[in-house]
Design a binder for this molecule. Structure first.
Ligand code: URA
Length: 435
């Protein structure tokens, strides 16, 4: 086959709408990963895939080839089943942080490899690093030891996990080929399959603050993720969830850790708690720990009420070098911004819209996100006490509280935050969480 491997012929085949042979996809990725195939040919193929798409079989072959470009982990020696959740990302989406210890406290191991902020969406690793001492760079042996001892661990991607994706993602970012369902599927799943969890639950975000803006696109991505994950022999479930307003009441790194602690106490904002439970349920049922949804939900609520979920979080933080007192008194352990400024409602009414995108931009501008990949972020800044769509607001009541480094920075962002809120004179129903 290698004698016949002429890269431009493969590009031409995809350009003209034909399906690629599995052997050609494997050879292509092997050559791209080790540098024998140049970026310009990879970029041409990515653009052909963008326009022509891929069948589920081609997407599975691409995902598998990318997964095999690096290390793959196996958890077969663990006494517990394994599960993980992947979210396509949104504003205020801190759910991985309470979810991993919550599910682990129910007897399912959660080896979670997470990412940093992308664009205006925050990253789980950035949030966890606001806990003093928390180390996200564990090698495979330490990762395994923490999962074994505690039941969960959340770390960052190592250089050896799906390196073909790392290279291709950077190329897609600068060639207009990010929003392609087969390429997104292969990117997400090459990493998730390499991580080795037997059950995968996907939270595909849909709406103004998400990658996928329409339910049809979100549904198509969910179907593609499920087809490939199941094709690779994993148990998988997907939820398409709303990302028009931020999840919960905080956006910003340390603020989201504090809210995660509230959620692990069974308190915290109702939407975030409900979403955490909805995502946790299939992790338990597909893993075989709970026979049905009702018993999974009952077990999860029991672990929240008993403090077991919060205790597992404290153990994970301690095992990764962090200050575990964060689980008791987040306000004394986490960095605090020096300036707090309430943003007052300019009128009375029912909240009709809280634009996640606008809030995400405000957090970035406060210093909580990056303008360039090399930027350091300020863990303390962000937005808290965000009011939710459907709430009745009186004129002058706080819509949100800004946490800033200086009063000038906070005041400069008030118009940006106000612009994210719209009012209605008529009552507005709270929007559905799961679409
Ligand atoms: N997240 C990823 O890891 N890859 C994509 O292509 C999109 C989102």
């Amino acid at each position: 086959m290698n004698d016949e491997f002429v890269p431009q012929w493969i590009v031409e085949r995809k350009r003209d709408g034909a399906a690629l042979a599995e052997a050609d996809i494997r050879e292509w990725i092997a050559r791209y990963a080790d540098g024998r195939l140049p970026d310009y040919q990879m970029a041409a193929l990515a653009m052909a895939i963008y326009f022509r798409g891929m069948s589920p079989e081609e997407t599975l072959a691409l995902t598998d080839a990318m997964m095999r470009s690096g290390d793959t982990l196996s958890w077969d020696d663990l006494s517990r089943p394994t599960a993980d959740k992947h979210s396509t990302g949104g504003i205020g989406d801190k759910l991985s942080i309470p979810l991993a210890p919550l599910v682990a406290s129910c007897g399912v191991a959660v080896p979670m490899i997470s990412g940093r902020g992308l664009g205006i969406t925050g990253g789980t690793l950035d949030k966890l690093e606001s806990i003093p001492g928390y180390d996200t760079h564990l090698d495979n042996a330490r990762f395994r030891a923490v999962v074994d001892a505690v039941g969960c661990s959340i770390i960052g991607q190592t250089d050896r996990l799906a390196p073909a994706d790392r290279k291709l993602y950077a190329l897609r970012d600068v060639t207009g080929t990010v929003p392609s369902i087969p390429l997104i599927t292969a990117s997400i799943l090459s990493k998730k399959l390499a991580e080795g969890a037997a059950t995968l639950v996907f939270d595909v975000k849909c709406g103004a603050g998400a990658f996928m803006k329409t339910p049809a696109d979100a549904r198509a991505l969910a179907d593609s993720l499920l087809a490939v994950a199941r094709g690779a022999g994993r148990h998988a479930e997907a939820l398409v969830t709303a990302m028009d307003q931020p999840v919960g009441e905080t956006a910003g790194n340390a603020l989201e850790i504090a809210e995660s602690v509230d959620l692990l106490r069974g308190a915290g904002p109702a939407d975030a708690l409900e979403l955490a439970l909805r995502l946790a349920v299939p992790m338990l049922t597909l893993s075989g720990v709970s026979p049905d949804e009702a018993s999974a939900r009952a077990l999860l609520e029991k672990r929240l009420a008993s403090g077991a979920a919060l205790e597992t979080f404290a153990q994970m933080v301690a095992a990764q070098g962090g200050d575990a007192r964060v689980a008791e008194s987040p306000e004394t352990v986490l960095p605090q911004a020096p300036v707090l400024l309430d943003v007052a409602a300019p009128r009375a009414g029912h909240l009709a819209r809280v634009d996640a995108d606008g809030i995400g931009r405000a957090v970035l501008l406060l210093g909580g996100g990056r303008r360039a990949v090399t930027d350091a972020i300020d863990p303390a800044v962000g937005v808290s006490r965000l009011r939710k769509v459907g709430e009745r607001i009186e004129k002058g009541e706080p819509l949100a509280t800004l946490h800033a480094r200086t009063r000038a920075e906070a005041e400069a962002l008030v118009p940006q935050v106000l612009g994210a809120f719209s009012f209605s004179d008529e009552p507005v129903a709270a929007p559905a969480l799961v679409l």
